[in-house]
Design a protein around this ligand. Structure first.
Ligand SMILES: *[C@@H]1O[C@H](CO)[C@@H](O)[C@H](O)[C@H]1NC(C)=O
Length: 352
């Protein structure tokens, strides 16, 4: 009788009703792509015959984002709150090995943990908690591109195909057995943020499809061990990689522009030669490029940047040319090459 009363007076969250016969699943993530996975999980768990529920979310602590002054929750936490998720069930430990956090997690008795771009190392004392283990959505075809920047490094390498893997999490980084994977063709113009989003959509479909086999234990029996001898690494990108060096071939530079799009971007220094001969240096962000297919460009000197058919044409290594279609000057909006060229009013442009 007391139990009944207590429960009548408790206030359940509007969109989440916990029932004891549904398996508790915990999602760990942080950036916008993690919200795609939460969306897929909430969609699937809201169906009447669903066998699981999202019992908690683990994400990065609130931080000052985009140089703002205000403390902002991670994109995953914001999305969860928008979907009516109780803030009591959103954990934000600095590290996934903190004792207080681990005892909270243990109390939920999670059947499964799912990670999607969470970004923190999971220690053994974390991995020991969920009964069926932890699975990760990793946006590459493992064992290729293990690590922090798989999509960016794959684009930088100019791959024609990549994919997404659903794998069990083990102590060694991205090295666990693979439950399922899907290959995706890579278009020559796609940029990292778009490819990342596409791969997480595909990855959340894989997760939803495989959840029954994970819950009945068959996924853990059938998962394929990785061939560790074929593993490659995709290390984190650093800000000082963002300069473009025009001795390199146009295709190398084009791949880097696509790979670093979003963060940290790619930058180039160019020289503006005024009509009176004075020169000034411009620091520009290169936004959209294309490898020029035909060689000849009307240019007087090797360092001249010409404007041809709507593009700034930068001479690059081995006689190749990179077309810049969109760029951004410091503190300004992204503009087309044509708008930028018109603004020069006849001043010449040289690469540095
Ligand atoms: C979840 O459901 C909504 C509404 O049906 C849909 O628009 C959305 O694409 C679904 N999300 C995923 C990740 O499948």
């Amino acid at each position: 009788m007391f139990r009944r009363l207590c429960c009548l007076h408790s206030t359940p969250t509007p969109s989440l009703t916990f029932s004891s016969n549904k398996k508790p699943l915990v999602l760990l993530g942080a950036p916008q792509v993690s919200a795609i996975v939460l969306d897929a999980l909430l969609n699937a768990s809201s169906s009447p015959d669903s066998s699981f529920q999202v019992a908690a979310i683990v994400t990065q602590p609130a931080a000052r984002r985009d140089r703002g002054k205000k403390l902002m929750p991670s994109p995953l936490a914001s999305y969860a709150l928008d979907r009516g998720f109780s803030s009591d069930l959103i954990f934000t430990p600095e590290r996934a090995g903190e004792d207080a956090f681990l005892s909270n997690l243990k109390a939920l008795q999670p059947e499964l943990c799912v990670t999607a771009a969470y970004g923190n190392i999971l220690p053994t004392k974390f991995l020991d908690i969920p009964a069926l283990g932890t699975v990760n959505i990793h946006p590459s075809l493992l064992p290729l591109y293990r690590g922090a920047a798989p999509v960016q490094r794959a684009l930088q390498d100019g791959v024609k195909e990549t994919g997404v893997s659903l794998a069990f999490t083990v102590r060694e980084l991205d090295a666990g057995p693979i439950i399922a994977s899907e290959t995706v063709e890579v278009d020559d113009q796609i940029k990292a943020p778009n490819l990342l989003e596409l791969l997480f959509y595909k990855g959340s479909e894989l997760l939803i499809r495989e959840l029954p086999s994970i819950f009945d234990g068959s996924a853990s029996v059938n998962a394929q061990p990785q061939d560790h001898s074929k593993a490659t690494l995709a290390p984190k990108i650093s800000q000082d990689e963002s300069w473009l060096v025009f001795d390199q071939e146009a295709s190398v530079l084009h791949n880097k522009v696509r790979a670093f799009s979003g963060w940290p971007g790619t930058r180039a220094k160019v020289q503006v030669v005024e009509k009176n001969g004075e020169q000034k240096t411009l620091d520009m962000k290169i936004i959209t490029t294309r490898v020029r297919s035909h060689e000849s460009i009307p240019s007087n000197e090797a360092d001249d940047i010409a404007f041809v058919e709507g593009a700034l044409v930068f001479p690059c290594g081995k006689g190749t040319n990179l077309e810049v279609l969109e760029l951004q000057l410091p503190g300004k909006k992204v503009v087309t090459a044509a708008a930028f060229w018109n603004g020069l009013r006849g001043q010449k442009l040289k690469k540095l």
